[in-house]
Design a protein around this ligand. Structure first.
Ligand code: FE2
Length: 185
C-alpha cells in the first residue's frame, strides 16, 4: 500500500512539475469539480477525489509525449498509492494508455477533463466572463462548432458521457453547476 497524498502534498508535487499558470488553473478546476461530485457519490473521500484532480495532468507540461505514462513512473517513485495512479492515468484511456476508467470518479474525471476547458472557453467570451450565468444552450452551440476551442475533444467528452450513462446535456449541466462553486469561475 502506497500513500495517498494530502491536498497540500499533491499541490506541492503539482508545482514541482508544472509552472504554467494555465496548467495550474486547469488542475485546480478539475480538482474542485471532482470534489463537487465526490460530495454526491463518495462523500467520505472528497479529499481523495480532489487529489486525483490536482495530479491528473502531472506530467503533461514536461512530458506531453508520455502523458499518463510518465506520471505513473513519477508517482510510483514517490510511493504514491496505486489507486491514485490508476485514477489519474485512466483519463488517457484510448489516447496514450490502455487503462479504462472503472470507478465513478474515474469516469467523471474522463468526462469533465476536456469539458471544463470547453465550458471555460465559452464562459470567458461572455460579458460576465463567468459560468454563473452560463446556460446549457451556449455550451451546446459551441460544442457543435468544431473550430471553437478545437483542443477540447468532443469525442472524449461524448465517450465520457457514455461511460457514465449520462445524456450529454446532463453532463454539461452538472459540470456547469460544479464549476459555479469554484471561486473566480
Ligand atoms: Fe486535464
Amino acid at each position: 500500500m502506497g500513500t495517498i497524498p494530502s491536498l497540500s502534498e499533491a499541490q506541492a508535487l503539482l508545482e514541482e512539475y508544472n509552472q504554467e499558470e494555465f496548467h495550474l488553473r486547469h488542475a485546480k478546476i478539475v480538482s474542485e469539480v471532482l470534489g463537487y461530485f465526490a460530495g454526491e457519490y463518495d462523500s467520505e473521500r472528497v479529499e481523495f477525489w480532489k487529489v486525483v484532480g490536482l495530479l491528473h495532468d502531472l506530467d503533461f507540461e514536461q512530458y506531453p509525449e508520455q502523458h499518463c505514462i510518465k506520471s505513473q513512473e513519477i508517482m510510483r517513485e514517490r510511493g504514491i498509492d496505486e489507486s491514485v495512479i490508476h485514477a489519474t492515468a485512466s483519463h488517457g484511456w484510448q489516447l496514450t494508455v490502455d487503462i479504462e476508467p472503472a470507478s465513478t470518479m474515474e469516469k467523471i474525471l474522463y468526462a469533465t477533463d476536456e469539458l471544463t476547458g470547453l465550458i471555460g472557453a465559452v464562459a470567458i467570451m461572455r460579458p460576465s466572463k463567468s459560468v454563473q450565468d452560463l446556460e446549457l444552450k451556449s455550451v451546446k452551440k459551441k460544442f457543435k462548432s468544431a473550430n471553437f476551442a478545437a483542443g477540447c475533444s468532443r469525442e472524449v467528452i461524448s465517450r465520457g458521457a457514455e461511460l457514465l450513462g449520462w445524456p450529454l446535456d446532463e453532463l454539461i449541466i452538472r459540470t456547469i453547476e460544479a464549476m459555479r462553486t469554484i471561486e473566480g469561475c
